[in-house]
Ligand binder design. Sequence first.
Ligand code: IPE
Ligand code: IPE
Ligand code: MG
Ligand code: MG
Ligand code: MG
Length: 325
Amino acid sequence: MNMWDEIKPYRETFERFLKETGIPGNPENLYAPVRYILNLGGKRIRPVLTLIAAEGYGKKPELSLPAAAALEIFHNFTLVHDDIMDRAPLRRGHPTVHTRWNLPVAVLSGDVMIFLAQQFLEKYPPEIFKALQSAFNRAAVEICEGQQMDMDFESREEIATEEYFEMIRKKTAVLLGTALQYGAVLGEKNRDEQQLLYEAGIRLGLAFQIIDDYLDTFGDENFGKAVGGDIREGKKTFLYVKAVEKLTGENKKRFIELYNKKDKTPDEVEKIKKFFIDFNIPQIVFPVIHTLTGEFNSLINSSKLAPGHKKLLLRFSEILANRTL
Ligand code: IPE
Ligand code: IPE
Ligand code: MG
Ligand code: MG
Ligand code: MG
């Protein structure tokens, strides 16, 4: 059985909800890109996390779907703008919004998605709305901070592991943390339980971004993004940070110089890949993923989620740790 099958019912419930909800039609050039990106079929990790967690506290999907949609639509906004920042041509195997349309359209369509996302939160009673809204805003601010750090790092040669982790915690992990926290908010659990789920999501999110970095260099066409994009853009990925840490002398100098060169040729990108392989950098990734997944698992196990839902979340973390897309 395909490992993704276990979460398929949650994904399908979410897809149905998204389809039924519909995105406004006019102006076409504002909303067509919104429909386009939402229909390209992402993995729906964040809404699935919210649905599983809320259900694990006894809440039906009908209750958690709008909150799950808010996070997925917000996530898709971040992708549209991220692809501009990263000059990325491909997303989920298709042209990115700014290449298929143009830059101003991608900016504005991305903007409107933030507010479409927010509107889903308005469906909740005041107390729940307030908690969802404040978690949402905290995550959104940190994502912007993380994205700026990511761009600032492009023009720096040495990034400490701690700085890298802070950057990915903000740009990626906080949204997975919020997705799980949403389950506890919707499940009307106390602050401690909410915080516990948030922390678990952070571990999952850190692992998730490290795998994303790995796949950006060593993934195949399944991945749906232009492989090698991070190298071309001089992104300070986990691979880069670990390579700089490990290399010495002339090798280190040559590697840093090559990686930070602008407008690399395909040949130079290959050379960098070979550097990683020759110095066994990809192998460093897996124990780190294993540790983070282990931390995620013990946090989930210490939660008040129903046993079946704990198990499902542990399986989900295993699926994500082994993903190729
Ligand atoms: C991509 O997220 C952006 C990162 C945080 C690495 P996903 O890999 O969850 O993207 P989709 O939604 O499944 O396409
Ligand atoms: C993901 O960073 C962070 C956000 C989209 C907020 P990446 O730039 O690595 O994401 P991908 O690889 O383009 O999906
Ligand atoms: Mg990107
Ligand atoms: Mg980026
Ligand atoms: Mg990436």
